[in-house]
Structure formats: structure tokens, C-alpha cells
Design a protein around this ligand. Structure first.
Ligand code: FES
Length: 680
């Protein structure tokens, strides 16, 4: 008796015997091989493409003979003629297995394909979107067996795709009859099925085979900026990215001032809700237009944000978040119609998924960072710092993960700094100070040249030199400390004390002149004593938060540090450490994760499994509340020194000598404002 043909699928390695004449798609399904299909084997979608191999395969112990796969049939020939198939490719739903076979499933034909994330760490994510396309042929109405068009569509989905209960909103049902008739009773539906096993919902329907794809928006809703990625829900590919300023800034620069605005202006929350929703619509329109994609094809959005932004987006009153015990309306993840958020620019039945919040001060953005950076999988103890107006910190390893937020304020973003500005062309972003001559040189955003390079003036003529941004002020302060212009307590020395006229008197204190174009009517950019104090407050809050987490698990050091956030990507590890923003580790153990919250949003957009994972993961995270921790203040005060009053910073001092200078002559030296602030 001859045996049934043996079929081996690569790269999965799955193998088994199937009856001769079985098509490759059916064989794949029988053996649990991940092979895509939108048209259900009708030879029109081409999602089932495979590459058969012939010859001797010692590794698999099979020989594939030339006739082991059926010849091209008329369906494949027609498809090839109209659309073209790559050399060596076959349509899996048409090619029949006649003998032992080795069949490769290319990445683009896998439903759960692995997509390499193009962010700082090279990791793969597995595509598993909540919304997928299904092509179905629906029975025509029959007077003798009366039933609704929707019921016959459901019957077809069940028979052709084994899909159970399905719902549709009236706005979809209104489209049903014309679309079914236009498609000649063949339609494609976009079916949303969430990760909790809830009933599936038809979000959209098109006549015939829909080939224009499905898209989703991953939105990182920050207090200062809103960034979004438009992603292909089939491939995970980012089709476009855009960012805009958060229009709520006009109600308050930081979160706490927005909460205060609501407290003092009844209805202020509604105003801010409208402002942010309008901005999201504008962003969706812009990003879809630039990518030349119909916004109606955007059927999903994922939003990550801090708790205050979360409440204001959802139309929840944020007042409770402004005062202890910082209660959230809900910390759970939410899946809701995008229309509930007035996202009218995208498909009217689109869904929005909002990641869970970790605690009243640690939001869905921190949950997204944990999804992207996976501290729970780290063998060594990693501190992840998402630096922004409010810093969020995660500390953990495979044993445990802790989280807190720290009220750094906007100084790291260039606000509250005398010559501070947002990161934009013309802003000083890198600074070096010669330790001997005390003369600075710098670079501005928009040019790769240093200020003492030939051609710098021409290269910056268009943007000008307008101010200093967050990474610039961090480098400037750290370089001043390295050059002996600033002592450990944060005092700027006088010209006599430092030996440079660039140290200029300013009231009872001093400032350091970085750039002077006042003779040509341009700006004079200095680092003042007030700037140093603002940076000290911010960095002390950040460091104290990290130390609080370290106390919680009883350690005095971490193994590595990850700087996250758009701003984190631009911070120089050396300068951050000289400043004492982050705990002392070897400099090569400080890495940047780029916009990890945005990456987490993208992962959640493309993967239902990731949604389930983050929801379970946040329940395992221990929340540490900085506002009520008595040791926070203690850590905060000790962290005021640059780099620190008591922590030795041995790794840092081994590579960067820090002069032992002291400029305290008995006055208060501008030392003021060492007060504790709390930002939501
Ligand atoms: Fe659609 Fe094969 S399954 S072409």
C-alpha cells in the first residue's frame, strides 16, 4: 500500500501526511501551519503564496520529485497574468500535493508574521491584530426561505470561516444591502475580535475583494506633544508618522496646572477634552493625507498617555488626580468605539484601545514602556527612566518590577530656563567647555557642525541660534561642573574664582555666558544661577524617585539604565551622570530606548496577545507612591548636590575627573526654591 504524501513546511518545521490531491492551504490548516488567506481559497487574494522546493533534502529525509505538486491551474494562470506571481511562487489554495513535498511559507504569507521593530533595541513582534479582513460569498435572498441579509452574511462567515457570534451597528447595517448587491453577493468584511473573547463586530464592509488594506493609529498622547504612527494592520509596517503640540498647553504647561485650571474654571475639563480630541482628528487627517491612505481605512487606534491626559481624553474629571490619594476613575484597559472620543476623521465604527494605567501617577504610557522594554524579562536589574515633564520610572528584573513617577517639572524640556526653548532648529543641543580656557563650543539642532568649525555661521544662518533646549542645558550644566565653573553645591563661581570673564555677575549670583550676539542685535545666551537651581530641582526629583525604588527592593545600585522618551534619546549618558540624574553605572550600561511609549502603543496596535500581556503585566507591577514616601524628601535633598552629596559615583569618577571647587562665600548664593513640587 502506498503511503500518503509527506509534506514538510518551513520555516515552522511542521510536517505530516495528507491525502494526495490536498491543496497546500488545506494541508497547512490541517497541520496547524500559519498560512494566510483572505478569500478563503478562491484564488483571488494571493495571501496564500508559498514557495515549493524540489530535490534532495537530507535534513528532512525526503526527496521531492518534479511532479510532487500539481501543475499551474487556470486560476493561478489567470492570477499570474493579471497580477504576476514572483518566480517560484504558487497559490497555496490552488496547488495540490501529489507527492512528498517541502514547502516554504514566506514571511508575508504568515498570519502571525514576525515583524522586526525598527526601534533602538532590535526585537521582533508577532502580528496578531484585532481587526482582520474576511472575504465571503453570501447566499442570495430566497422568498421561500425568508431571512435577513445580515443573517445570511453571518451564516456565510460561520460556514466559510468558522466565525461564531457577530454583531454590527446600525450604521454598518445601513450599508449592508447596497454593498451586497454591488458585490454580486461577494463581500469583504473587516471583523474586530478583541483579546478577551468578546463577540466579534463587523466594522466595515466592501463589495468584492477589498485590497486597499486596513490601518491603525498608535498614538502617544503626551502633555507637551502628541505623536502618532499610522500602521498597516496586515504587515505592521509604519506608513507615516506625525506629531503636533498638545493644544492643552494653553490651559497650563504641566499636568498639575491643567488640573488646577479645571479646579478654578468649572467646565475647563470639557474645554480641554474638546481641544485634545480635535487635535487627534487633525493629526489623523494629516498623517493619512501624507501617506495617501483613505482615513476611512483606519479602523483601530491605540492610545497611551499619562493619567491626567487619560482622564481628559476620556472626558473624566481629573481633579481627583491632583490630590492624595490620587484616585483614578478606572485603571483598567479600555476598548471602546473611537466615536465615543469624537474621532470623526477615521472610520466611523473604528475601535480605540487604551492601555491600562499602573497607578494614579503612573499611566498607560508607563505601561506601554513596560510592554516595549520588558523589564520583567531582564536578568539584570534595569532602571528605565521615561524623562518628560513628569518622569516615570520602572525598576526591575525577572523577579519583580516596581514603578513610580517623579515630579521633575518642565526644566528638562527647556522650560523655566532663562534662555530655554523647545527642541527645534536653532536650539543649542550639545555643549563642550574647555577645562583649561573655560571657553565653550556648542552645536545647534539643524547642523552637525560645532560652533568653532569653519562654516558654522553659514550653516546656522537660516535657523539662527535662538536658545537652549533640554539636552543642551543638561550638557551645559554638566560641562560647567567638569570645567570647575560650578561647584558640587551648584554655585557658579565668580570671574575671580573661575579665572574667566565668561563668569559674569548677576545680582548676588553669577551666570556663565555661552553665546553673545547682542552686538548684532542677536540673543545673549547664558546659564544663570536660577537655571542651575531649576535643573537641580528636576534632577533631584528624578534621582530621588530612582533611589526610592531601589530602597524598596533593598539595593544601592542598578546594573543598567535605559533612557526612554523622545527627549531621553538625546541625553548624553555621561552628562546625565555628571549631573546625577541617574544612578551611577558604567557609561556603556546606559542606553537609549527612543520613544518607548510610542513603540509600546504600536505593539498593542498590532497584537492582541500584547494587549493581554500588558493587562496582566501591570497587575504584577508594584506601585511606589513618591508623594507619601518619607524617604523621598531625604533622597531629594541629598541629590541636590552635583552629582550627589553622599553617593560616591565611583564609575563616573573613574572616567570623568570632577574638580573639588567650592564657591560658597557665606551668602545664600541664590540658593532658593528647594521646595518640593508635585506634578500629576
Ligand atoms: Fe486567497 Fe489563495 S487563499 S488566493
Amino acid at each position: 500500500m502506498t503511503q500518503d504524501p509527506l509534506v514538510i513546511f518551513t520555516p515552522s518545521g511542521k510536517r505530516g501526511r495528507v491525502a494526495a490531491g490536498t491543496n497546500v492551504l488545506a494541508a497547512a490548516r490541517a497541520l496547524g501551519v500559519d498560512l494566510d488567506s483572505v478569500c478563503g481559497g478562491r484564488g483571488i487574494c494571493s495571501k496564500c503564496q508559498v514557495s515549493p522546493s524540489f530535490g534532495e533534502f537530507a535534513k528532512h529525509g525526503v526527496t521531492v520529485l518534479p511532479g510532487a505538486l500539481s501543475d499551474w491551474n487556470a486560476v493561478e494562470a489567470r492570477y499570474h497574468e493579471k497580477r504576476g506571481l514572483k518566480p517560484g511562487r504558487r497559490l497555496g489554495c490552488q496547488a495540490q500535493i501529489l507527492g512528498d513535498m517541502v514547502i516554504d511559507v514566506p514571511a508575508e504569507s504568515q498570519v502571525h508574521r514576525q515583524v522586526v521593530r525598527k526601534d533602538a533595541a532590535v526585537r521582533a513582534m508577532t502580528m496578531d491584530p484585532a481587526t482582520r479582513l474576511y472575504y465571503v460569498e453570501v447566499a442570495e435572498p430566497d422568498m421561500h426561505e425568508p431571512s435577513g441579509d445580515f443573517e445570511r452574511l453571518c451564516t456565510a462567515l460561520s460556514a466559510q470561516w468558522e466565525i461564531g457570534a457577530v454583531s454590527a451597528r446600525p450604521s454598518l447595517l445601513r450599508r449592508l444591502q447596497p454593498v451586497l448587491r454591488k458585490g454580486g453577493w461577494a463581500v469583504t468584511v473587516a471583523l474586530f475580535a478583541d483579546h478577551n473573547g468578546g463577540p466579534a463586530e463587523i466594522l466595515e464592509i466592501w463589495p468584492g475583494l477589498h485590497e486597499a488594506g486596513l490601518y491603525g493609529l498608535a498614538i502617544d498622547l503626551g502633555s507637551t506633544t502628541i505623536a502618532a504612527h499610522l500602521c498597516d494592520l496586515d504587515t505592521g509596517e509604519v506608513k507615516g508618522s506625525a506629531g503636533i503640540m498638545n493644544p492643552q498647553i494653553r490651559f497650563g504647561e504641566d499636568l498639575m496646572s491643567r488640573v488646577s485650571y479645571v479646579m478654578m474654571n468649572p467646565g475647563g475639563d470639557v474645554e480641554m477634552t474638546h481641544a485634545v480630541r480635535d487635535a487627534l482628528n487633525d493629526l489623523a487627517i494629516e498623517i493619512a493625507r501624507d501617506a495617501a491612505i483613505d482615513p476611512g481605512l483606519i479602523v483601530e487606534t491605540v492610545v497611551v498617555c499619562n493619567p491626567v491626559m487619560h482622564h481628559l481624553l476620556l472626558g473624566f474629571d481629573p481633579v481627583e488626580l491632583g490630590q492624595a490619594p490620587f484616585a483614578l476613575v478606572t485603571s483598567s484597559a479600555l476598548t471602546l468605539p473611537a466615536a465615543e472620543l469624537d474621532l470623526s476623521a477615521i472610520n466611523p465604527r473604528a475601535k480605540t484601545y487604551i492601555l491600562p494605567c499602573i497607578a494614579g501617577h503612573v499611566g498607560a504610557d508607563a505601561a506601554a514602556v513596560s510592554l516595549s522594554e520588558e523589564p520583567e524579562k531582564s536578568e539584570d536589574l534595569v532602571l528605565i527612566v521615561d524623562v518628560g515633564t513628569n518622569a516615570e520610572l520602572l525598576l526591575g528584573n525577572t523577579t519583580q518590577v516596581l514603578a513610580c513617577s517623579s515630579p521633575t517639572g518642565p526644566a528638562f524640556e527647556g522650560a523655566q530656563i532663562s534662555s530655554g526653548q523647545r527642541a527645534a532648529p536653532g536650539a543649542i543641543e550639545r555643549v563642550e567647555i574647555d577645562p583649561v580656557t573655560k571657553v565653550p563650543r556648542f552645536r545647534v539642532i539643524g547642523s552637525d557642525l560645532w560652533s568653532d568649525d569653519p562654516g558654522f555661521a553659514a550653516a546656522t544662518a537660516a535657523s539662527g541660534i535662538t536658545g537652549i533646549c533640554g539636552s543642551g542645558i543638561i550638557e551645559a550644566v554638566a560641562e560647567m561642573r567638569i570645567a570647575g565653573l560650578l561647584d558640587a553645591s551648584g554655585l557658579i563661581g565668580s570671574a575671580d574664582q573661575t579665572g574667566t570673564l565668561l563668569s559674569e555677575p548677576e545680582g548676588r549670583t553669577h551666570s556663565y555666558l555661552l553665546y553673545d550676539a547682542s552686538a548684532e542685535g542677536g540673543p545673549r545666551i547664558s546659564v544663570t544661577q536660577g537655571d542651575i537651581r531649576a535643573i537641580q530641582l528636576a534632577k533631584s526629583a528624578l534621582y530621588a524617585g530612582a533611589r526610592l525604588l531601589m530602597d524598596e527592593i533593598g539595593v544601592d545600585h542598578v546594573d543598567r539604565v535605559v533612557l526612554a522618551g523622545a527627549f531621553g534619546a538625546h541625553i548624553s549618558p555621561k552628562h546625565a551622570m555628571v549631573l546625577g540624574m541617574i544612578p551611577d553605572v558604567a557609561l556603556d550600561r546606559v542606553t537609549s530606548a527612543g520613544n518607548a511609549a510610542g513603540t509600546g502603543a504600536r505593539i498593542a496596535l498590532c497584537s492582541r496577545a500584547a494587549r493581554a500581556r500588558v493587562e496582566a503585566g501591570v497587575r504584577q507591577i508594584t506601585k511606589v507612591e513618591t508623594a507619601i514616601a518619607p524617604r523621598f524628601q531625604e533622597h531629594f535633598v541629598a541629590a541636590n548636590a552635583i552629582p550627589h552629596a553622599s553617593d560616591p559615583f565611583a564609575h563616573l569618577r573613574a572616567v570623568v575627573p570632577l574638580p573639588e571647587v567650592s564657591f560658597n562665600t557665606g551668602g545664600d548664593g541664590g540658593r532658593g526654591g528647594r521646595r518640593r513640587r508635585r506634578k500629576a
